[in-house]
Structure formats: C-alpha cells, structure tokens
Design a protein around this ligand. Structure first.
Ligand SMILES: [Zn+2]
Length: 410
C-alpha cells in the first residue's frame, strides 16, 4: 500500500500552520490559532465523506466513519493532537524531503549548523533508503503530532473510498493542547462513543506504547530563622542553605539526567527563597507505583534527618498526584494490545513495546474510561530543530490503522 503522496501533501499543509500551545495561557484551548487547523480539518473530514463531523468550542474535532459490516462490532477511536510544543518555534515551518536517505549527513540548515545523522540520532539508523522529512533549521517540524493527523486523515480517506474493507464504526478525534498537558481535559468520552482508542503520537516505526510514568508533584517548604549573621551562632536557621542541603542529599543515580528505560527519578525543578523561607519544587516519576511511593519515602527520610540536623527550622514535604500509568487500565483489556501487535506485524514490522518516560493524552483518557495505547508515527527528536519523520514510517503507520480497523471487525 503506497499512500506516501497523499500523506506528504497533507503533512506539508498542516505543518505550515502555526499551532503552538502556551503553558502560561488561562484559556482553553491555550492558543486561538489552533482553531485555524481545527476548522480546516473539520472541512476536510466533510470533504472526504466522514459523518457526524463536529468542531466544538474547546477545539475538539470529531467525526465518524460508518461501519461497512453488519452486526455489533466494537467502536474504535483514532486520536492525534493538533498543537506543537512551546519548546521551539512553530512559526513559518518549511518542511523539506530528503529522498531515499543513504546514511550520511542530512543537512537541515547549513547556515544554522543543524546537521542530522545516525551519530547524533541513532534512531535514524533504521531508516536507510527512506524519505526523511525535516524542517529547515529555525523551527521545529511539528511531526509531533501533525504526522499523526496526516496518518489518520489519509487512512480515513482510504477506508471511505474502499467500502469493500470490512470494519465496524470508527471514530476520529483531533485534540488541542496535548503539549501543555491539558489536551483531553474537556474531551467528552461518552459522546465520542468508542470502546477503546489508539493515539497516533510519535516514535519510530514499530514502536507502540501501553505504559507511561506514574507522576507526582513534590513540594518541600522550609521555614528558617533569621538572625543577624554576627550573632547567629546556634541561633540561625538559613532556609535557603537547608534547601540546598536537602537537594544535594538526593542520590545522584535517581535523577532524570542519570536514568533511562524503566528507572524512576525525582527532579528538583525549582529552588526559591532566602534565610526566612525557602521552597523546593520537583517532580517524581516511576512506572511502578510501589517504587514511586518508596522513592517518596526515601525523600521523606532525608527531610526527617535534616529536621534533626536543623532543629531551629521547620521542614515539610508534600506530594501531589499528577497522573498515573495507563498500563493498569490497558492490561484489563488484553485484546487492545493484542490486536495492535497483530496489526503492526501485518504491516511487516516487529512491534517494539516501549515504556513512555512521560505522560500522554492516552494515559488521561484511559482513566476517563477510554483505554488508549499509543502507535508510532515514524518520527523522532521532537520539540526541536532536529525533529524528523520518515515518510515511509508514516505510510506503515497508516497501514497499521487500516489493519486495526479490519481486525476489530473479525
Ligand atoms: Zn505528541
């Protein structure tokens, strides 16, 4: 199946529209400009013949592909997000295709010195001979997640044109604000009406994800005691220094910069304060919930020891739940991953199940009652100028979607 032309045409069109989300915004969606793409997608869904096309006030675009078989089949959803990361500019994106990559340097921009190769990105090594899309050196590419949108739209068009392919009712959802962690906040799972869903959001061909971090926020507050430094002996508690002492006491092998794979960490993201008062903010991340709690106990033990060391200070530590590992929801429905793995194999790839070192919209949806593992889109190096996506990987991803539609109707 070769959908590369259609995929590229769509991707290029979407990538050129600036849809950057904004962490500081108080509105939903966080930026108005995401509606530009949302409106375009709604019109396009109508044009390709999708039914029940809707764009609501939150910016959610939803649609339906009617069943081609009779009888009750599970309703399957396919989701991708429209926004791009606030971490790099998404304005004036100029995609370029590096045809049939031979394995050497991919010059994204000579002027900016942005050169991509298998040395600075080992994940690229598996894409020899493929068409690689990058931006042009001063922006991100936005394949995260416009590749996902192009894949879903192109597969939807294919399914609508080929009524001989047997499938049940399929639902499509395009969401805003994933990159600022709010993407599915107002998403109406019940109205969407799917039994399960797949997000198409990132990673190299073959990668599928059913597992993400358990995440808690960390806050340490220290009340010190300010005294004139000339007469401070045995009388002062310097909150700022105590904060530094606690942060330094955390093991160096449990930090984001020293861990990978399934290893958890606590990251201290911010230290603020002075002699009287100091506050340390942080994040705790671990795939295994018991290990997350154990790590938090370890930080509590450190602060308890510091209380003894600094009896004049008041030290508190608190944790706040942020999100949970969707695996606990997804394992209860083994057919969701089972059919996905079979669909990936049918596309000629070996499925590679990767734990996400972060959160996903799918995680939140899973706990809202819509289990939603993630499917690769064929790209990597997201959120920056080195971002790339393989057009062949996107083609495989579209094939996986079509295979999934068939498999759920068997
Ligand atoms: Zn994404």
């Amino acid at each position: 199946m070769d959908l590369k032309n259609a995929l590229y045409k769509r991707f290029e069109l979407y990538a050129k529209i600036d849809t950057q989300s904004d962490e500081a915004s108080k509105t939903f969606p966080s930026t108005k400009k995401q509606f530009v793409l949302a409106k375009m997608l709604a019109a396009e869904l109508k044009a390709i013949g999708a039914k029940r096309v809707k764009l609501d006030k939150y910016g959610y675009v939803t649609a339906e592909i009617p069943a081609t078989v009779k009888g009750r089949k599970p309703v399957i959803g396919f989701l991708a997000h429209m926004d791009t990361s606030p971490a790099a500019s998404g304005k004036g994106v100029k995609p370029q295709v590096h045809k049939a990559w031979k394995g050497g340097d991919i010059v994204i921009s000579r002027r900016h010195g942005v050169i991509l190769n298998a040395k600075n990105c080992p994940e690229l090594a598996g894409c020899r001979g493929e068409d690689i899309i990058t931006a042009s050196g001063d922006t991100l590419l936005g394949a995260d997640d416009k590749a996902g949108i192009a894949i879903i739209m192109t597969a939807a068009e294919y399914l609508l044109k080929h009524a001989e392919i047997p499938h049940g009712t399929l639902k499509i959802g395009f969401t805003p604000d994933e990159e600022v962690g709010q993407g599915v906040k107002y998403f109406d799972v019940k109205a969407f009406g799917a039994d399960c869903a797949y997000t198409f959001d990132g990673d190299v061909a073959g990668a599928i994800e059913e597992e993400n971090f358990n995440a808690d926020g960390v806050k340490i507050t220290i009340e010190g005691k300010s005294v004139h430094p000339g007469t401070a002996k045995n009388a002062m508690a310097n909150a700022a220094r105590i904060a530094a002492d606690i942060v330094a006491a955390w093991p160096e092998n449990m930090l984001p910069e020293t861990t990978e794979g399934r290893e958890g960490f606590i990251m201290f993201t911010d230290i603020a304060g002075g002699t009287e008062k100091a506050e340390v903010s942080g994040i705790a991340r671990e795939h295994d919930l018991r290990k997350l709690k154990a790590m938090e106990k370890q930080l509590e033990a450190i602060t308890a020891a510091k209380r003894l060391k600094y009896p004049l200070a008041k030290i508190e530590v608190a944790f706040r739940e942020q999100y949970r590992n969707m695996k606990e929801v997804i394992v209860k429905r083994p057919d969701i991953m089972g059919k996905l793995k079979a669909a990936v194999r049918q596309a000629g790839l070996e499925p590679h199940v990767k734990p996400v070192r972060g959160g996903t919209d799918g995680a939140r949806l899973s706990f809202m009652g819509l289990p939603a593992p993630n499917v690769f889109t064929g790209g990597y190096n997201y959120h920056g100028r080195y971002e790339w996506v393989s057009l062949d990987g996107m083609n495989k991803s579209a094939e996986v979607l079509i295979n999934l539609a068939r498999k759920w109707a068997e």
